[in-house]
Design a protein around this ligand. Sequence first.
Ligand code: GLV
Ligand code: GLV
Length: 324
Amino acid sequence: MSEVGVTSPLPGRALDRLAERHSVRVRPKGPALSGRDLAAFVGEAEAVICLLADRVAAEVFALCPRLVLVANYAVGVNNIDLEAARTSGVWVTNTPDVLTDATADLTWALTLAVARRVVEGDRLVRNGGFSGWKPDLLLGVGLQGKTLGIIGMGRIGRAVARRAAGFGMWVCYHSHRDARPPDGAEAEYVPSLDALLARSDVLSLHCPLTPQTRHLMDERRLRLLPRGAIVVNTSRGEVVDEEALARVLASGHLGGVGLDVYEREPEVHPALLGRPDVVLLPHLGSATGEARAAMADLAVDNVLAVLAGKPPLTPVVKPLVPRS
Ligand code: GLV
Ligand code: GLV
């Protein structure tokens, strides 16, 4: 029996399953943990399941010598010092695959909400402004025949691309990790990011946050998009320079923006809040009951494997020399 810390209650029954084998300490809902506070919570635990808002810096590995696994309850792992984990002998795991469809669906929800002015329409009805069908009421843009540009053709980028055929869109993509086209979807690899941007009527971001992708979408690149383009971000807020995005939107260059993630999450750039052509969601990419329960199951299965001396199912970091 080992000790496992969980930094927040999780949906589904997975933690009950973990508690049948190990001593589980679940922190009640509260602000995200970082540095020494996170280390204090981990204490003598051998594994921790944490949220993407928790910051797992090198000092956590130094202060918690019994820790052998950080199981992130997210697919993105930009909240963890991966190199420090590796050299400290600690496994890091994530929750890929189980949230891919949920996140791809939400990407389309945002795209359609912006293109067809869904949120503006809802507000108009609630505010009593709907006085009957009109030829020119809240006209949006059609997606059929337009080009969808995808940056980052990983699991989620592929799932977004597969859905594009249903909307009659042509898919172009740029990807560092893997230039393979998505299975079951026609798509064109564009080696130059600038050339991809110049063709994207809708741009959707699906790359991980790394030092290379921070502010990938800066003012120069945003201005390469065709006039009237829609930008959708369900990846990480820091991939977009939010200040530049607000400026380029205000200049009238973009047709609209849909954001699920923010550069200084949970803060949102004030210039975006008042704009009707911006749809803002509170980081809901994986937020279905099904996906969140499956993420908890996967995190728990990773913990059970490592604590049984086996390799985890979905490793992101394999330790240089595992701690014993
Ligand atoms: C959510 O943003 C995740 O990385 O799972
Ligand atoms: C995440 O699952 C990705 O590879 O896009």
